[in-house]
Design a protein around this ligand. Structure first.
Ligand SMILES: [Zn+2]
Length: 566
């Protein structure tokens, strides 16, 4: 347990989130440092927490895991899972040997809330929105089309649905087996009642004023919050993708992420927390697995399975999703990092595990209905029916008598009900930690010094990667030159000189033990994870006898060893 009195049974607004982050930095200065990495559209600071044991070396000298959440406004579970990760790391250093290992040898860069503006609107008003609060398309800043706008008409704090009876034109009818559900009207359904379905809302004119009455037909206005920040990244960006923004990285929130990840060259693993669905999405939307260089597609599956093992969530490749421009694609394509997009909160898996495999396919209306019924049964059983607000009559100011009802979106469909939040955070946390333990970790294993002539010494060292993944992480990283070769540098004291050798010796990249666990990958020898390096040094000034070996691996860490020439 950490010293910060935080509870994972609610969703925190920006001020409370900020306050908790500051508390972690204050109570755990040896582990945590908090910085603002940039501003949001409305000018809020976007916070990044660096977590590592400062006593064992600075964060940038250790292999690093990047975790963020809440790029999509309503996916606030991601923020909570990020806070949970911070809390778990600082609170279990003395009691959990995995955590001790992680903080001593790795760094975490954790950004709980990428999109604080959108999350604030979502958490403090009935509004539902995809991501940024900046109106989009851009012309929506100056004008709004008149029509039916989403609004909490009955003032219960939620925007639900309205059903409006129209036996002649209505496309929907109530399900006779459960009248909470609406079924598609069939051409051979001759007897009503039939209904129109609308998002709960009111009709406004060009000036935004309430219209006095609804004159049929009227326009159903699309949301002005049309941006989707997770379509705004350069990999696979298309202006035709809904919400992708006017150009790649047009938004401050996405620039913050890409700049941060690009600047921290020690990042070797990336997790981007979203909701909902209980799946682990992985790249690539537009590049099939067969075009991944080397064994990258297999490695993606192997790391993904580490996630499936602890969450139960399947790995789903996004190939074929033409609505691309997502961050995990960019991380893999540009930097060769095996980035995942976990969709937290598995309502389908809980309510209808038998339909889980259908979830990613296009369901028939009958299958949807079957799923809805299972979800309602689950809500009745587990939540006393709170997942669905029953249809109730309401005198609408413009439409006359309507019925308002529908699924509770924010803390049922999109995020876990509060009492299930902590368990959700804990589940994905196991993946974040296990993945971080798989990151490469270099070490200087042995150093030998031999005097070959008066004042002349041979120094030899064996350096290795002690962990699972190779120091370059992926073949894509090599292909795109995203990682420098590992190197060992000998740092002499004054009065010493090298004899026929270079101080810095490049050693390529060190394989991890993943390479020998499956020979099909063309791995094989554990020796691929080690190199032996040599220098010859001449001492001209007897006063100085100490040299430094510095092993530098961009993604595997930096290790220094002092050596006495004797
Ligand atoms: Zn999302």
């Amino acid at each position: 347990m950490s010293k910060v009195a935080i509870e994972f049974n609610q969703y925190y607004t920006y001020d409370r989130l900020t306050d908790y982050l500051k508390q972690y930095a204050e109570h755990y200065p040896e582990f945590c440092s908090l910085e603002a990495i940039g501003k949001s559209h409305e000018g809020r600071n976007v916070w990044a927490m660096t977590v590592t044991n400062q006593a064992t070396g600075p964060a940038e000298h250790k292999p690093a895991m990047y975790v963020d959440g809440n790029i999509h406004a309503g996916e606030v579970t991601g923020s909570m899972a990020c806070l949970y990760l911070i809390d778990f790391l600082v609170g279990n250093y003395d009691s959990d040997q995995r955590v001790k290992k992680l903080l001593d040898t790795r760094s975490f860069y954790i950004i709980p809330r990428i999109n604080p503006d959108g999350a604030e609107l979502y958490l403090t008003t009935p509004t539902m929105l995809r991501s940024s609060v900046r109106p989009y398309p851009d012309w929506r800043q100056d004008e709004d089309p008149p029509g039916l706008q989403p609004e909490d008409v009955d003032g219960d704090g939620q925007i639900l649905q309205m059903r409006v009876r129209d036996d002649a034109r209505g496309a929907w009818k109530a399900d006779p087996e459960d009248d909470r559900l609406m079924l598609q009207r069939k051409p051979w359904d001759l007897e009503g009642p039939f209904y129109h379905l609308f998002t709960e809302g009111v009709l406004r004119d060009e000036q935004g004023e309430l219209q006095s009455a609804a004159l049929w037909p009227f326009n159903v206005a699309s949301t002005k919050y049309g941006l989707d920040l997770n379509r705004n990244f350069p990999a696979g960006y298309s202006p035709l993708t809904p919400g992708s923004g006017p150009f790649p990285l047009s938004e401050p929130e996405t620039r913050n992420q890409v700049e941060f990840i690009s600047k921290h060259k020690n990042i070797g693993g990336v997790l981007l927390y979203h909701t909902t669905g209980g799946v682990l999405f992985r790249p690539h939307s537009t590049m099939p697995d067969k075009d991944f260089p080397g064994n990258d597609a297999q490695m993606y599956e192997v790391i993904g399975k580490m996630g499936t093992d602890v969450t139960g969530y399947p790995v789903v490749c996004c190939y074929g999703d033409i609505w691309s421009g997502v961050l995990d694609d960019w991380c893999y394509e540009q930097l060769g990092i095996f980035a995942f997009t976990p969709e937290l909160w598995d309502l389908v898996g809980r309510a209808a595990p038998e339909l889980k495999s259908k979830q990613m396919q296009r369901m028939t209306p009958e299958e949807r209905n079957q799923l809805d019924k299972a979800i309602l049964r689950w809500s009745d059983r587990e939540l006393g029916g709170r997942g669905f607000v029953r249809w109730h009559k309401y005198e609408h100011p413009q439409l006359g008598e309507v019925e308002i009802g529908g699924y509770r979106m924010k803390e049922f469909r999109q995020n876990p009900p509060r009492h299930l939040l902590e368990a959700e955070c804990h589940k994905i946390n196991q993946f974040a930690m296990n993945y971080a333990l798989a990151l490469p970790e270099v070490a200087i294993d042995e150093v030998a010094v031999q005097r070959v002539a008066p004042g002349v010494y041979d120094i030899s060292a064996v350096v290795s990667n002690h962990s699972y993944l190779p120091t370059h992480i992926s073949q894509m990283a090599l292909k795109h030159k995203a990682v420098r070769p590992d190197a060992v540098r000998l740092e002499l004291a004054s009065g010493m000189a090298l004899v026929n050798c270079e101080a810095k010796q490049e050693i390529g990249h060190l394989a991890g033990y993943a390479a020998v666990q499956n020979v099909r990958w063309g791995g094989g020898s554990p020796a691929q994870g080690s190199r032996r390096v040599h220098w010859t040094v001449k001492i001209e000034n007897e006063a100085e006898r100490r040299v430094k070996l510095r092993l530098i691996s961009q993604r595997g860490g930096t290790v220094v060893r002092e050596v006495e020439l004797a």
